[in-house]
Design a protein around this ligand. Structure first.
Ligand SMILES: [Zn+2]
Length: 125
C-alpha cells in the first residue's frame, strides 16, 4: 500500500495528568480542513530550503519538500487551539508500519506533553 492510498491517521496523545494533543499524520500534499493545521503545515514546508528539518524516525535531514514523507501535526485538544506544531517524517521512513511511526511520534511529542501516549481516535468525531 503506498502512502497515497493510506488514509491520514488521527490520534490523541494524552498524558495521565489530563494534558492532551490531537495529532494528525498526513501526506504533505493533502489539503487539511482546519486552517490552523493548513497554515502550520504550509509554513513548515515553505521554510524547508532554508531550515533543514530532521526526520522524527531516523533523524535524517529533509531539505526539500520531495524529501518529506509525512507530516505529524499536533494541536492542544481544546475547542480553539492557539497553535499547531509540526514534525516531519522523511521519504525513506514514509513506508514504515504505522506502529513504528507512532513510536517515533510518541518520542517526538514528549517535549510537548511529557509522559503522554498515543491513543487512536474516531476520525468522524
Ligand atoms: Zn526518516
Amino acid at each position: 500500500m503506498s502512502r497515497h492510498e493510506r488514509r491520514a491517521s488521527l490520534a490523541r496523545y494524552r498524558q495521565e495528568a489530563g494534558n492532551a494533543l490531537t495529532t494528525y499524520l498526513v501526506d504533505p500534499d493533502q489539503p487539511l480542513d482546519l486552517p490552523i493545521l493548513q497554515n502550520a503545515a504550509r509554513s513548515w514546508l515553505d521554510a524547508l530550503p532554508h531550515r533543514m528539518r530532521s526526520c522524527i524516525a531516523c533523524s535524517g535531514l529533509m531539505w526539500e519538500r520531495q524529501r518529506v514523507g509525512w507530516l505529524l501535526l499536533s494541536v492542544p485538544a481544546v475547542p480553539k487551539p492557539p497553535a499547531a506544531s509540526v514534525c516531519g517524517v522523511c521519504i525513506e521512513c514514509a513506508d514504515l508500519p504505522l506502529q513504528a511511526l507512532e513510536q517515533a511520534a510518541t518520542t517526538a511529542l514528549q517535549t510537548a506533553v511529557p509522559g503522554g501516549r498515543l491513543a487512536p481516535m474516531d476520525p468522524r468525531r
